[in-house]
Design a protein. Structure first.
Length: 186
């Protein structure tokens, strides 16, 4: 019996260490998850909700994660799936441009110009499909490889590359359209 109890205690310690490791990795990953969630949702409030929901899901389903797995792939997939499930259940809210205020510059004109460009980019992103926003966020912002992005969205790599190329073109066109629209209003 003592050997069984020792083995059980060792297993419990390993599980606790694994859970602590997961928590530490999630905490370290929060800035990247937050950036990804912002690109999916388009605003700070929904971003925060999605990050919180993603972390809660990850901790509640920690048995699905094993040490050695790529945490960012798993967390991005969880966030993507949670957002995809909710995207049709509510309408899009206005973009929070206040994020641009955090830009540091001694030149007020440059800061204002950056705020306008950032607002144009967010408005243009909001015009893209969820699929295009997701791929742009994963690859262009998150720095994932095409293979990693393909795994997260459950598509073949060639399809991801094709859809990402179309998404980039659509984003470029949308930014041009938003910029031109803003210029004609002033």
């Amino acid at each position: 019996m003592p050997q069984y109890e020792l083995a059980q205690a060792g297993t419990e310690q390993k599980a606790k260490a694994s859970e602590d490791s997961l928590r530490e990795q999630i905490i370290a990953f929060l800035p990247r998850l937050s950036a990804f969630a912002h690109f999916l949702t388009g605003n700070a409030e929904q971003r925060d909700d999605l990050v919180q929901e993603t972390c809660a899901y990850a901790l509640a389903h920690k048995d699905q994660w094993q040490p050695g797995m790529r945490l960012h792939n798993w967390m991005f997939r969880v966030a993507h799936n949670l957002w995809s499930e909710r995207v049709d259940s509510f309408s899009s809210e206005p973009v929070d441009v206040a994020v641009a205020e955090s830009l540091a510059s001694s030149d007020a004109w440059a800061v204002r110009e950056s705020e306008i460009e950032f607002a144009d980019l967010l408005t243009a992103l909001d015009q893209l499909s969820l699929e295009h926003r997701t791929l742009i966020a994963l690859v262009c912002v998150g720095g994932l490889t095409y293979s990693e992005a393909a795994e997260i969205v459950s598509l073949p790599v060639a399809t991801v590359m094709s859809k990402l190329a179309r998404g980039r073109l659509a984003l470029h066109g949308a930014v041009d359209e938003v910029t031109a629209s803003r210029a004609t209003r002033h």
